[in-house]
Design a protein around this ligand. Structure first.
Ligand code: GRF
Length: 209
């Protein structure tokens, strides 16, 4: 099986990016990160890429002010590198219809709740955990899913729960959820790179290795 070419799109600290890098370096993921693209110029994720000699590129509002020009540039960069898999790891910018169509079933995202709860427009970062606490649910978690044209609406690949304790705060809860994100996202990437994910309508079948 050929080594999959991966692009990771980021906007922040890049702890999820780091778990993918680590799992490639320890031989668990049969892939190579060809490029890390950040929507924020000073994202720490770009530093993490540089630390591992991975190309890092800034494509954001300063150099590509409108959404379509930004997406056109992203598409150009990804096509040029013949990318097989695009991983959204805390990516906070909009992907347009053209982008999602071109890379259908090749984009995966990690969301810090159990989709379809606490997801969609306006649910990102600490807002997700605040909404979970405000609602008073006893379980939350993380979801890895394929990206379609909607917000957090694509087929679910993997989910895992964490318990919400009475005294949890946004900080303690995000820490607990981040821990399982760091298990789920590299696992999703690994399964993709082994051609083990099969989308059938809304469902994703995971085949045995
Ligand atoms: C994670 O909580 C992820 O679920 C969300 O953004 C955060 C990114 O964290 N989409 P990091 O940049 O990977 O550390």
């Amino acid at each position: 099986m050929s080594v999959k070419k991966i692009a990771v799109l980021v906007s922040g600290r890049g702890s999820n990016l780091q778990t993918i890098i680590d799992n490639i370096e320890n031989g668990s993921i049969n892939g190579k990160i060809e490029v890390v693209i950040s929507s924020k110029r000073n994202a720490y994720a770009l530093k993490r890429a540089a630390n591992h000699d991975i190309e890092g590129i800034y494509i954001g509002k300063e150099n590509y002010p409108d959404v379509d020009s930004r997406n056109d540039k992203l598409i150009e960069v990804l096509k040029k590198r013949e990318i097989d898999l695009i991983v959204l790891a805390g990516y906070m910018s909009i992907l347009n219809k053209r982008f999602v169509e071109i890379f259908k079933n090749k984009i995966i995202n990690i969301h810090p709740s159990l989709i379809p709860s606490f997801c969609g427009k306006g649910y990102y970062g600490s807002r997700v955990h605040k909404a979970v606490l405000d609602y008073g649910v006893k379980l939350t978690g993380a979801t890895v899913h394929f990206v379609d044209e909607g917000t957090d609406t694509g087929p679910v690949i993997l989910q895992k729960t964490v318990e919400v304790d009475f005294n949890d705060t946004v900080e303690t809860l995000s820490k607990k959820v981040l821990k399982i994100e760091h298990e789920l996202l590299p696992l999703g990437v690994k399964l993709f790179c082994e051609d083990r994910l099969h989308v059938e309508g809304r469902k994703v079948k995971i085949s045995m290795s």
